[in-house]
Design a protein around this ligand. Structure first.
Ligand code: FAD
Ligand code: SF4
Length: 361
């Protein structure tokens, strides 16, 4: 009845000590496969246990002694994805003396970091990006394949053989969301031999059709807002910016995507503090389900409240409603503190759409 996880190696050791080949052992997991999963069907569980034992005995009669072999390991690494994680992993391997093959599907390294222009603690992500790319590109141990993807993959732990396809004429990222077009172009094939693989393929901002997104240029995602702030286009939509409303958890933490993206609450706080810094007079409302500013980012949430940013909680059963009446954008939301429905006229609606894996992954 003991679990093979802990006891199979123990019994193998005992057999070895007795002078037998340790692989002449067949283990039946009555605990996991019968006692636990069928605890309320005792008779059926007992019948199943007997059948499992009978099968194991039959199999044991056919067991052959096995010997362990050692293989040389190729001391080179393949890293898939040249964002922050992929570049960090590549640098770490290279600094430990290993050759690295870094495969990035886009024309440039950087991933999402290329779209981040400021951070909560005041550091400049673009400076980090520049420094990191320079370090990676100048490291002789890191072989970079940009505009490339994995065409074939074979082998086993320690000894992999991967074919990388590098495109000459592949369309570049023009989806507007940092992703590349599906590759149809011709490319050069390179075969790489390596011992380990690090997958650092990241994610992208979710595309949404909720809250009238795509129907009015005053409705943007957090990523688009950050680009506008960084390029001084915050007030370029006609007229002075007076009221901004942000909606959290767009497409997240509900059916089809139950997970929390973990970055969008902090991003909303970051972008609203930035707007207040540029223009303290702007009214900002953040409509949220839970504020998840992880760790010490909670301090920035507090700062946001102190600067007059208004947080209004909503539930899945009372999601905000966005309407456009005579060119005026409005959001209607029930405020549980005031216990009444509010209607807010706004100039800019910002959606925190969360993150999803890249389509091809
Ligand atoms: C909208 C948005 C806002 C964010 N805001 C913040 C923020 O303010 N602060 C913060 O710390 N973090 C933020 N994040 C999270 C941020 O993305 C991460 O902190 C960091 O950039 C992730 O780095 P990464 O290397 O894991 O992934 P990515 O940056 O996504 O990089 C993955 C790389 O892998 C490449 N790739 C993907 N698939 C393949 C493939 N099959 N073959 C080859 N290459 C492939 C991609 O092209 C990309 O270059 C945000 C994320 C999003 C989506
Ligand atoms: S908005 Fe906040 S709570 Fe919602 S998914 Fe993003 S980080 Fe999680």
């Amino acid at each position: 009845s003991c679990t093979p996880r802990t006891h199979e190696p123990l019994f193998q050791d005992t057999i070895r000590e007795a002078g037998l080949n340790p692989y002449l052992l067949e283990f039946v997991s009555i605990r996991e496969h019968c006692s636990w999963v069928h605890m309320f069907e005792k008779e059926e569980a007992t019948r199943k246990a007997k059948e499992l034992v009978a099968m194991a005995v039959a199999k044991a009669a056919l067991l052959k002694p096995l010997t362990q072999s050692t293989f040389p390991v190729i001391k080179k690494g393949l890293v898939i994805g040249g964002g922050t994680a992929g570049m960090t992993a590549s640098l770490s391997l290279a600094e430990q003396g290993f050759e690295v093959y870094l495969v990035e599907k886009e024309k440039e390294l950087g991933g999402n970091l290329r779209n981040l222009y400021f951070s909560l603690n005041g550091e400049n992500p673009q400076t980090l990006l520049k420094e990191m790319v320079e370090k990676v590109e100048s490291n002789e141990k890191i072989h970079i394949y940009k505009n490339s993807e994995i065409a074939d993959f074979a082998g086993y732990v320690g000894n992999y053989k991967t074919t990388v396809k590098t495109y000459n004429d592949r369309p570049t990222s023009n989806n507007g969301d940092g992703t590349a077009q599906p590759a149809e172009g011709r490319g050069n094939l390179t075969t790489i031999e390596h011992g380990i693989v690090i997958l650092a393929a990241g994610a992208k901002e979710r595309q949404t059709a909720e809250y009238l997104y795509g129907q009015d240029e005053r409705i943007v995602t957090q990523k688009e807002l950050e680009e506008r702030i960084a390029s001084d286009r915050l007030e370029s939509l006609g007229g002075k910016l007076s009221t901004v409303v942000m909606v959290q958890c767009v497409g997240s933490r509900e059916e089809n995507a139950l997970y929390c993206s973990r970055v969008c609450c902090s991003t909303a706080v970051k972008n609203s503090l930035k707007i207040k810094e540029i223009n303290p007079g702007v009214n900002i409302f953040i409509l949220y389900r839970d504020i998840r500013t992880y760790g010490f980012r909670e301090e920035y949430y507090q700062q946001a409240r102190e600067k007059g940013i208004v947080f209004i909680r909503y539930g899945l059963d009372s999601k905000p409603e966005v309407v456009k009446e005579n060119e005026q954008l409005k959001v209607r939301v029930f405020d549980p503190i005031l216990n009444e429905k509010l209607e807010i006229d706004l100039d800019l609606l910002v959606l925190s759409a969360g993150i999803v894996p890249n389509d091809e992954n």
